[in-house]
Design a protein around this ligand. Structure first.
Ligand code: UD1
Length: 432
C-alpha cells in the first residue's frame, strides 16, 4: 500500500486548481442510465471512486469513452456514457462494498427498467449508514422491495407513480436516488425535507437539461413532473467544495496564502465564515477564493456539522486539525454521523490536546506544536486531516493507507507540492 511522507513546517503559497466534485460526479454518472442517448460529463475528477463507478456501469452494459480535456488550462477528464441496452440489472456485492455510492444505480434502473438488485452497502468507518429512507420512499412510489441474502430486490409493475414524500431525515443519497426515480415516474412527485447540497442542484440541473421537469432546485421542496423519456446532454461537473475547503485549511494551518482557482464561494459560506471568525483573511474573485493567513494569529471557534447550508461533516476533521493550531479551546460537534472522530486518536499521537465526549463532540485545545509520527486513518476526510497536521508538525509524518485519499483528492501530492509542501508518495514496492 502506498504511503505519503511529509516534512512539516513549510508555509504554503500559490494557486491550487479545484477539481470537479466527486459527490456530484457519482450521481451524475448514474443519471446517464435514465436515457439511451449519450450523456457527456466534463470537468470530471480523476479519482478511484469514479473508476469504480465506471466499472459498475460497464458491467451493467453502459459504453464509456474517456477523453483528456482541459478546463481553464488544467488537465481534466471528460467521459461519455451511453446505455443503449442493459446487460444486467444487478449491482453486485464486490462493487458496492468498494464504493457505497454504487447505490445510486437503484433509482435510475428502477425508473427505466422496472427492476434492480443491489447489494446492501452495510455500514462503514463513520457510521451505520442505513438505506431505509431510500427504500421507504421508492416503496411509496409503487416499488416492491424485499431484502434477502444481503441484497435489495426492487421491482416495479410498470412506471413508478408520482406521490408526496416527506423525508423523515435529511439525506443526500436518498434525495438523489428518489429524484432520479421520480423524473421518469407517472405524474407529479413532491419531495419535502429534501437535502439542499449543491451536488443535488447540479444533478437536478443536468436532469432538466435532459428533459426532466424539476422545480424548487436549491430548496427543501422539490416538485417533479414525470416525463416518459429523457435525452442526452453535455454537462460540466461543479467544483468540489470539500476539496476547496480542505485546501483552504492547508493555507490557514500553515499560515500561508493559497488561491483556490475555480472554487465556488457560495457553496462554502459556513466554512469561510469560520475561517474569518478565526482570523483568516478571505477574498473572492470572479473565479477563485483567496485564503490568506500570513502573519495571522488564529483563535479557536466552535463548529457544529449540519446539512447544507450548515457546516459540512466532510470538513469536520480538517477544521478540527486547524483548531489545534489556534489559541484557546474549540468545541467540535458532529450531528450527521455517529462515529466521525476516528482521526482523533491519531492526532493525539502527534501531540494534540483533544477530549472526545461520547460520539458527538470534542473539545480541541490549541497546542504549541505537533510532532510528526506514522499515522493512519480509516476514512477519506480523516486522512486529509492527518496530512494537514503533518504539514505543520515538527519532523516527518507518514500517512498510511493512502488509498482513502485517492478516493477523493485528485493529484494530492502534486497540488500540495505546487504550493511549497515537502510531500512525497512512497509507492508500495519502494519501501517495506
Ligand atoms: C453523502 C456524501 C458524504 C457526506 C454525506 C453528508 C456522497 C457520495 N456522499 O453521503 O460525503 O458526508 O452525504 O453530507 O455524496 N441516513 C439514514 N437512512 C437513510 C439515509 C441516510 O438514517 O436511508 C442517515 C445516515 O446514516 C446519516 C445521515 O442520514 O447519519 C445523512 O446521510 P446522507 O445524507 O444520506 O449521506 P450519504 O448520502 O450517504
Amino acid at each position: 500500500m502506498d504511503k505519503i511522507k511529509i516534512h512539516g513546517g513549510r508555509v504554503l503559497e500559490g494557486k491550487i486548481f479545484i477539481s470537479g466534485a466527486k459527490n456530484a460526479a457519482l450521481p451524475l454518472i448514474c443519471a446517464s442510465l435514465l436515457t439511451d442517448e449519450t450523456v457527456t460529463l466534463t470537468n470530471m475528477p480523476m479519482l478511484s471512486d469514479i473508476k469504480a463507478m465506471n466499472l459498475l456501469l460497464e458491467q451493467l452494459g453502459t459504453q464509456i469513452s474517456e477523453f483528456d480535456d482541459f478546463v481553464d488550462g488544467h488537465a481534466t477528464k471528460t467521459y461519455s456514457y451511453r446505455t443503449k441496452s442493459i446487460k444486467s440489472l444487478v449491482a453486485p456485492y464486490d462493487y458496492v462494498r468498494k464504493m457505497r455510492a454504487s447505490y445510486y444505480v437503484l433509482g435510475p434502473l428502477l425508473a427505466r427498467y422496472g427492476k434492480c438488485e443491489l447489494s446492501l452497502p452495510g455500514g462503514c468507518a463513520i457510521g451505520a449508514r442505513p438505506m431505509d429512507i431510500h427504500l421507504s420512499s421508492l416503496e411509496k412510489m409503487g416499488a416492491k422491495i424485499e431484502i434477502r441474502n444481503g441484497y435489495i430486490y426492487a421491482e416495479s409493475d410498470g412506471r413508478l407513480k408520482g406521490t408526496h414524500i416527506i423525508f423523515p431525515g435529511v439525506s443526500v443519497g436518498a434525495t438523489c436516488n428518489v429524484l432520479m426515480a421520480a423524473v421518469l415516474a407517472e405524474g407529479r412527485t413532491v419531495l419535502e425535507n429534501a437535502a439542499k447540497e449543491p451536488e443535488i442542484g447540479d444533478l437536478a440541473r443536468m436532469l432538466n437539461d435532459m428533459g426532466a421537469k424539476i422545480e424548487g432546485i436549491g430548496t427543501s421542496v422539490l416538485t417533479i413532473d414525470g416525463v416518459s423519456s429523457l435525452h442526452g446532454t453535455v454537462h460540466k461537473v461543479i467544483a468540489d467544495r470539500i476539496e476547496a475547503g480542505s485546501y483552504a485549511v492547508a493555507a490557514a494551518i500553515t499560515r500561508g496564502r493559497i488561491e483556490l482557482i475555480n472554487a465556488r464561494p457560495e457553496t462554502l459560506r459556513q466554512p469561510l465564515q469560520v475561517l474569518k471568525d478565526m482570523g483568516v483573511r478571505i477574498a473572492e474573485t470572479d473565479n477563485s477564493i483567496i485564503v490568506d493567513a500570513k502573519g495571522c494569529h488564529l483563535v479557536g471557534k466552535d463548529i457544529m456539522t449540519e446539512p447544507f447550508p450548515g457546516f459540512p461533516t466532510d470538513l469536520q476533521a480538517q477544521f478540527l486539525a486547524l483548531m489545534l493550531t489556534a489559541d484557546g479551546a474549540s468545541m467540535v460537534t458532529e450531528t450527521i454521523f455517529e462515529n466521525r472522530f476516528m482521526h482523533v486518536p491519531e492526532l493525539l499521537r502527534m501531540g494534540a490536546n483533544i477530549n472526545v465526549h461520547g460520539h458527538a463532540s470534542a473539545i480541541v485545545r490549541g497546542v504549541k506544536k505537533l510532532s510528526g509520527a506514522p499515522v493512519m486513518a480509516t476514512d477519506l476526510r480523516a486522512s486529509f486531516a492527518l496530512v494537514l497536521a503533518g504539514l505543520v508538525a515538527e519532523g516527518e509524518t507518514t500517512v498510511n493507507r493512502v488509498y482513502h485519499l485517492d478516493r477523493g483528492y485528485e493529484k494530492l501530492e502534486e497540488k500540495l507540492k505546487g504550493v511549497g509542501a515537502d510531500i512525497v508518495r512512497i509507492k508500495n514496492d519502494e519501501e517495506d
